[in-house]
Design a binder for this molecule. Sequence first.
Ligand SMILES: Cc1ncc(COP(=O)(O)O)c(C=O)c1O
Length: 432
Amino acid sequence: MYRRIFLQNTGRVLAGLLGGPLLSKRSSHFNLPFDAAERVIDPRDEAFWALVREQFPLTKERIYLNTGGLGASPHVVVAALQNKINELERISETGHSEELWQSIKEKAGKILGCKAEEIAYTRNATEGCAIVCNGLPLQRGDEVITTTHEHVGNTLSWLGRQKRDGIVMKTFEPAVFSAQQNVERIAQRITKRTRALSIPHITTSTGQILPVKQIGELAAAHKLWYFVDGAQAAGMLPINVHEIGCHAYATSGHKWLLGPKGTGLLYVRENALDLIEAKHLGGYSNAGEFDMVSGVFQLHPSAQRYEYGTVSTPLFVGLSAALDFLLGIGMQNVWRHNFALATTLREGLRKLEVEINSPQSPEEYSAMITFTHKRMARDPLIKFLAEKYFLRTRGIYEGGLNAVRISLHVYNSFAEVERVLEGVQAATEQLE
Ligand SMILES: Cc1ncc(COP(=O)(O)O)c(C=O)c1O
């Protein structure tokens, strides 16, 4: 039933487009109509966002609400990836060149707010977290402060290091009602042995935007190394890692950035390159002479030192297309849209029988909203929403929660938010 409604709506929107100014710009799936970065796009501009939605092969037979887990890629990304594979397999070459690497990193730098030379390609956010965790010069007894709401991808490296090297992990529970309280909770845990902070930009659990800039000021005041896990932030909202003041920032290419699966970006501040030791070294880490007999080698002066062996060029050419796609819409427009959807969802959920686990303050909730039903456990609710309402959501167990998370990105719509609300209401009614 939902499919029918959706197709009807889409048909109406596209019919509207036929006479609209956007049509002249719309040529094919592979030729994007977006030059929107310089304009302010209304989140409720149905024609524009329907056109964005049309760029994705993502099925309309279910509603995809799990970008926090995995982002859907638009046609342009799939085509760029496939074309590059076809091109390179015909001649069996890696396709790597300094110019190509640099040009993609320049785009990534626009998304993260840094220089191309401060970016390394990784396979995922987990790899970026691991490079930082294992590369910091920590010693037995050194303390690192993090939250109790970390994703497993940023937990295991630290636990491994705790076991192997005797560092001490200290945690705090993120306060969802006050950003300032989080800064205070961190400050209260700082001792003479504290060396580093490892903080998510946006928590995977409740989608809370942590006050990463203020935390950066605290880190600087105490001369602490500061790592931010940005897996949930890059591609969801505008970011400026230089303003955050962190030494390193890791993210996925395959979530909010909408890139190929198995891509990630690691930012390491120029003057932290020698601080965070590159533990895996190889051809891509090297610049200049190397010799086993004399022991001479030269680390690459940029963050490329963290890339070591052959990397899949097609994956990163695909990521480049994804960056173009988002930059074409404009990150301010992306965020305005995602935030408006999240606000509508939040307001609707307040009228239902659920507890909203995500923060209340508009400065702190993001495009991921998490809630717990007051009378229905997480798994049966997720099953009900999937089977009866064709919603792909994600269960949350992180931070001890038993909740459902809804992620809202460029391909989601207000109609889909309404559908989530209807589904939750129907789940409640069938309990009665
Ligand atoms: C905060 C956070 N960090 C790290 C990860 C791991 O990301 P990846 O799968 O790219 O390694 C996730 C994934 O959901 C996450 O939410």
